[in-house]
Design a protein around this ligand. Structure first.
Ligand SMILES: [Cu+2]
Length: 65
């Protein structure tokens, strides 16, 4: 299960936004974001373009560490 580190999340709203954003990336499913550790994990229902994941995070206003 891919795990990415995300910088810039400060509250539960950020968590929801990132979950929603990642969930829209092609192939991404079952997104779980943990605010305390600043990580997001997800399952791949087909191969996921990690650059698209990174870009989605950036577009939402956060950074991938
Ligand atoms: Cu927030």
């Amino acid at each position: 299960m891919p795990t990415i580190n995300i910088r810039g999340m400060t509250c539960q709203h950020c968590v929801m936004l990132v979950e929603e954003t990642l969930g829209r990336v092609d192939g991404v499913t079952d997104v779980e974001v943990d605010l305390d550790s600043g990580t997001a994990t997800f399952s791949e229902e087909k191969p996921v373009d990690m650059e698209a994941v990174r870009q989605a995070v950036v577009d939402a206003g956060y950074r991938v560490a």
